[in-house]
Design a protein around this ligand. Structure first.
Ligand code: 5AD
Ligand code: SF4
Length: 493
């Protein structure tokens, strides 16, 4: 009850600031004869993409018109990532351009938020070398964006507000979704795992789960609003609910989400192998809604490196887990993340990783070169790997990843599968792009009005990582329905 009241108080406060900022928007309109435009640029993961939808939700409520063009914008907000150093370098690179934009347009306001801003050294550098930035805030006080925006609009000085930590989760703030038919849904925030290379626990804080009722209500509202697919988001979804007053497992949450009528597809991200339960495999196996895709970061195949990474599983345990999953759900697609060049890693260690790739036959693997992050244990380790050795291992691994992924993709040739139509094809507007349950993309000729609908498609030609296909015609689609193979034909209505 207390939590509810506290949430309501914070929401009311933020709504007051939204009203305050609207006064600025009205004044802008009088002066310029148009609404001010805001451009939000997202770096990094799905979690950040969802945060950006919350930020644009507030900007829309305040009255800003949204734009993708930095040149046109009167307010630019970068939602940053710091998981690897190249993400940081991209932000610094683009800040130079923003400086010249601001010189041409002095009323332009510039704000930075997200993971990178939780690093003290970054904030100090911006305060010293990028004085033209108007507002900096972090990950823990994102729910106060309306308040910070209003302070920024009233001030000529740089405003910096970074919190070390928070235990607060503020529900029901406005959100502006990028897609009408699919949405990310945060189920938890932060991470307690402290993998030795990873900065996330330091910039996103300790693990906090949302109450299942709040999650279910949010998804019900989304479905009422036309959403057919949700992606449940957390750094480690398999430990969802463990620290709630009334603990609940992730598998149980999925069972409840599954019952929501009208919801057609459920995805989730990310699973830590050490916490993936038999119960979860069973729920996935039985579910017609949970997508046939599991992202299961491996990071490395050598036991010595896995130990130094503090991953808390061995190569054999990972392989056994994959076997169990594939046995229970034969049509599942498994993807992964791999790091090459962790301190002390030799080419023989990389061979162990390659061995796992060959045995598992990943449908896709995101391969990263190790990037030392200040403050993490791995950054202080002595035996950092020379660049040439890293590149040699990386190239070898990448070749095997691409080869196995191609082989896996080819297996679907000629199959008829359900596709969620996601967008009009960028190259040819007569085509649309859709996604299979296993996350693979398919391009096929179809009417743009099908965006957001589920249709059956023949997978004609495999192009390595995607297919081109043909939509099954209406008559056979209804036949599929009668045969019980297909449940969606609402696109006809
Ligand atoms: N260097 C390289 N890759 C990293 N990742 C996380 N931290 C680092 C780092 N310091 C990768 C991991 C993780 C993915 C999101 O990013 O593979 O799963
Ligand atoms: Fe980083 Fe490990 Fe947490 Fe993933 S599980 S966010 S890699 S610390």
């Amino acid at each position: 009850m207390e939590v509810c009241n506290e949430n309501k108080r914070e929401l009311d406060r933020q709504n007051e600031y939204i009203e305050k900022s609207r006064v600025y928007v009205t004044a802008f309109q009088v002066e310029h004869g148009r609404l001010p435009k805001a451009c939000v640029v997202t770096f990094g993961c799905q979690m950040n993409a969802r945060d950006s939808e919350k930020l644009t939700g507030i900007l829309s409520k305040v009255g800003y018109e949204l734009t993708d063009s930095e040149e046109e914008a009167d307010f630019i907000l970068y939602n940053t990532c710091t998981v690897r150093d190249n993400a940081n370098q991209r932000v610094y690179g683009r800040l130079g351009h923003l400086n010249s934009l601001k010189k041409k347009k002095p009323h332009l306001k510039i704000a930075l938020c997200g993971c990178m801003m939780q690093e003290q050294a970054v904030v100090e550098k911006i305060q010293k070398s990028y004085r033209f930035v108007d507002l900096i805030f972090g990950t823990h006080n994102l729910f106060r964006f309306a308040e910070l925006l209003s302070a920024m609009l009233a001030s000529e000085d740089m405003i910096v507000d970074i919190w070390e930590e928070t235990d607060k989760i503020v529900e029901n703030l406005p959100v502006k979704r990028k897609y009408s038919y699919k949405s990310g849904v945060n189920i938890m925030f932060g991470c307690n795992n402290f993998c030795s290379y990873c900065i996330v626990p330091y910039v996103r804080g300790r693990e906090r789960s949302r109450e299942p009722e709040e999650i279910l209500e949010e998804i019900e509202r989304l479905v009422e609003d036309g959403v057919v697919e949700v992606m449940l988001l957390g750094q480690n979804v398999n430990s969802y609910g463990k620290n709630l007053e009334n603990p609940i497992t992730f598998a149980e949450l999925l069972r409840r989400v599954e019952k929501i009528e009208g919801l057609r597809r459920i995805r989730f991200m990310t699973s830590h192998p050490k916490d993936l339960s038999e119960e979860l495999i069973e729920v996935m196996r039985q579910s017609p809604k949970i997508c046939r895709h599991l992202h299961l970061p491996l990071q490395a195949g050598s036991d010595r490196i896995l130990h130094a990474m503090n991953r808390r599983y061995t190569k054999a345990q990972y392989l056994a887990l994959v076997d169990k999953i594939k046995h229970a759900i034969p049509d599942i697609s498994i993807t992964t993340d791999i790091i090459v060049g962790f301190p002390g890693e030799t080419l023989a260690d990389v061979e162990e990783t390659i061995d796992v790739v060959r045995r598992v036959q990943f449908d896709n693997a995101f391969t990263f070169i190790y990037s030392p992050r200040t403050g993490t244990p791995a950054a202080a380790m002595e035996d950092q790997v020379p660049e040439e050795v890293v590149h040699e291992g990386f190239d070898k691994l990448l070749a095997v990843v691409q080869e196995t992924a191609k082989e896996r993709a080819a297996l679907l040739q000629g199959k008829v599968m359900e596709v969620l139509v996601e967008e009009v094809n960028e190259q040819d507007p007569a085509f649309v792009t859709g996604r299979l349950s296993n996350n693979m993309l398919v391009h096929f000729k179809a009417d743009r009005r099908l965006v957001g609908k589920l249709v059956m498609v023949v997978l004609d030609t495999c192009h390595g990582f995607y297919y081109t296909g043909r939509m099954v015609d209406w008559l056979s689609q209804t036949k599929h329905t009668r045969l019980g193979k297909m449940v969606d034909n609402q696109w006809l209505n």
